[in-house]
Design a protein around this ligand. Structure first.
Ligand code: GTR
Length: 322
């Protein structure tokens, strides 16, 4: 009799569907385990779980979907947090597109200085109104072109190349100004597309060029440094607003601490990745005349400002930080 009752209770427990509570937060990350961003996110999750009543879980490797979809999911609170590059954010939150303008930052230090100060607040406010609260800014170095055909030294070398870009028309325009053909594509599809020749190349930082194996199928990496785009650790505005002040403070502190970790790991990983791709035979070349690439971007700025006249002040605010 006693046994039956226990067995019955166990069966009921086993059959009960898993019900996520308001305390359960699921997070999106595109990078594999061990990548600087992933290690920093693991630290964030561990700290928040230890110090608050929240129960966070982060899913690495983009298993919860593509980046543009995941941004929408966090905005809609279908996922509670995510670690996003600001590049694919522009089509949804126009103010953030300023961060995706080619050569907007003169260096990674310039980007940090701007994002960690008042300029960062401009983007934070715009994002919060659209469903995303950025808790901390992560590093993503600078992005350069790579392809399977030839080293790029002058803009003429880009002519005719089919290049993958992140999902944002600004990047399509950027490549068009250099005479290339850009295809917006999900990060996870790039390796296969390079391998099969659907595209000739793409653009990214060393760590992503390396971690994805793109260097195996597109061995010319040319240092144009044309984009320096920060990344955010974001929480859905709805989930954030549901927290009490004490929990908010703890989550924020954990996010900021994770960004310190991420930036430290990032600097080391850039060098490791560069060494690794070189050792594997990738040909990495300096581009002496980056100004030639920068000058080609004038029409990108012109049409951006024509479409977003109110964002001129944000561009100026960034330039004033330098
Ligand atoms: C990486 C970035 C990812 C993703 C990727 C891409 O550098 O960290 O979030 O945006 O680039 O090119 O899609």
């Amino acid at each position: 009799m006693k046994f039956t009752r226990i067995a019955c209770a166990a069966a009921i427990v086993a059959a009960a569907p898993f019900v996520a509570t308001a305390q359960d937060w699921r997070g999106w990350n595109i990078h594999p385990e061990g990548y600087p961003n992933s290690v920093a996110l693991d630290q964030f999750v561990e700290t928040v779980n230890a110090e608050t009543d929240l129960n966070l879980q982060v899913f690495h490797g983009g298993v919860l979907g593509s980046q543009p979809d995941a941004i929408e999911q966090v905005r809609n609170n279908a996922l509670e947090f995510g670690q996003f590059n600001m590049g694919p954010m522009g089509p949804i939150i126009p103010t953030t597109n300023v961060l995706s303008l080619p050569f907007i930052f003169s260096s990674v230090d310039h980007m940090h200085k701007a994002m960690d100060g008042d300029v960062g607040e401009i983007f934070a406010e715009a994002m919060e109104a659209e469903g995303l609260v950025p808790l901390a800014w992560y590093d993503s170095g600078s992005r350069s072109f790579y392809n399977s055909k030839r080293p790029i030294v002058t803009p003429a070398d880009v002519e005719g190349l089919k290049l993958r870009v992140m999902n944002n028309d600004l990047f399509v325009d950027m490549v068009a100004q250099l005479g290339g053909n850009a295809t917006p594509m999900a990060f996870g599809e790039v390796y296969q597309s390079l391998k099969t020749g659907v595209i000739d190349g793409a653009e990214n930082n060393y760590p992503s060029y390396e971690s994805t194996g793109h260097f195996e199928v597109a061995g010319f990496y040319s240092i144009t440094d044309h984009l320096i785009i920060p990344e955010c650790l974001c929480v859905s505005t709805e989930s954030w607003n549901a927290l009490d002040d004490d929990t908010k403070a703890k989550v924020m502190a954990a996010a900021r601490a994770s960004a310190v970790t991420q930036r430290e790991l990032w600097a080391a990983r850039e060098q490791e990745s560069l060494d690794k791709v070189r050792a594997a035979g990738a040909q990495v070349n300096e581009v002496e005349n980056k100004v030639a690439f920068q000058e080609r971007m004038a029409p990108v700025y012109e049409s951006f400002l024509a479409a977003n006249p109110d964002l001129g002040v944000v561009i100026e605010a960034i330039q004033a930080v330098n």
